[in-house]
Write a protein that binds this ligand. Sequence first.
Ligand code: GDP
Length: 476
Amino acid sequence: EDELAQPVEVPNDKLLGDLLPIGFDEKSCLSRYQSLLYRRGLSRKPSSHLISKLRSYEALHKRCGPHTDPYNKALENLKKSATANSTTDCKYLVWISFSGLGNRILTLASAFLYALLTDRVLLVDSGKDIPDLFCEPFPESSWLLPSDFPLTEKFNGFNQKSNESYGNLLKRNSSSGDLSYTYLHLVHDYDDKDKLFFCNQDQEHLQKNQWLIMKTDNYFIPSLFLIPSFEKELHSLFPDKEAVFHFLGRYLFHPTNSVWGLISRYYQSYLSNADVRIGIQIRVFDAKSGPFKHVLDQILSCTMKEDILPQITKNQEPEFDRSVKPKTVAVLMTSLSGGYFEEVRNMYWENPTKNGDLIGVYQPSYEGYQQNEKRNHNRKAWAEMYLLSLTDKLVTSSWSTFGYVAQGLGGLRPWILYKPENLTAPDPPCGRAVSMEPCFHAPPFYDCKLRRGVDTGAIVPHVKHCEDMSWGLKLV
Ligand code: GDP
């Protein structure tokens, strides 16, 4: 018998403590139940309330999803010009595919949680590549918006100025809405009126609308925790505030077989045999492309100072016990540039480590620049975020949603490389994140009751400002 053809043994808890539903065909999405081959299980236990909420969401999605009777009826309402008194009980939230892949993963999780809280069905705009990157997460139904959806052509054009937006609706002072849908503009350039989305009374208002269409590039979940009507439900869904994206991400995002091939081949070839795996995610937000010396220095000073990577010695005859098998460390680096990886790899080739550890340094790709529309580019980006999430210790870059996805999926509290200013690395070069949650980069600072500005990072203990962006908000 051919040994290679044997099925791989999958660990028992492949449903991640019932976070995942049963009933999927395993072959069509190998990653869904095989993810535990390469990683520890969940870093926390999902609440029983979250599990039952997910099961009832799946039932709702199946009942109201694409091409069901309620969906077809709702579609007819949508085509009428004015708000229909909704006779069907299914309401929808359409997520528009927008921005870089890390951003999209965070906004999709945010939209899903908003749908859970408001009993809406989440429908996903395929964009260029969503079905190529992610398996279907809900059993016996699709989360993809059907390609004949009547508004798809408008998605690209929706922006801050769109007449259909909630903010502009408020400016026109038209209370009930003159359209059969409302566009929610939650992109970083949104204005004070758009931001009223995060107020209780506005949520009440939006509840009446059968169709909401959302465009965002932000992880807005921290601000959902500040909306009084959601507070209680969120608390029982997520008693552990630090693990919101961890659970939602592990529930929703399963790499398709083509991406899983990239992940599993790489993992088995370069990472699985090491004693320790270290991830280093380098994202440089600079007009020039680099590599920059100050960034390399920052990576090295951070990883040495924090004891993530071993020191090297110039002494070619280091003193350690040669009878003991040396520890092997695999360092997975990701960056658009290959420059940092080459330097780190060469350093550990040309010099011995003080403690005798053997350091292998690997980087899957160096694509040069961001190419959101290219298929293989985004497959690789997704595979790299996932691979980073499989490491034991993770170093990430400030402001990068690419790193947030890796830390959240992995259940890792990363060391964050602080953002360089004027081509100079900050001192200290990095610090440990207080939680594994992503940062909301463009939160509102408004007290809906008092109708004035407020520091939304100082209202409740579990919503704080981020380590890497002082005005951002994150759950802790
Ligand atoms: P952010 O800009 O760092 O917040 O992350 P996004 O994922 O939203 O956008 C950056 C995009 O640039 C990614 O989706 C990739 O297309 C590309 N990119 C950035 N860094 C890397 C990297 O290390 N590896 C790969 N393969 N692509 C990257």
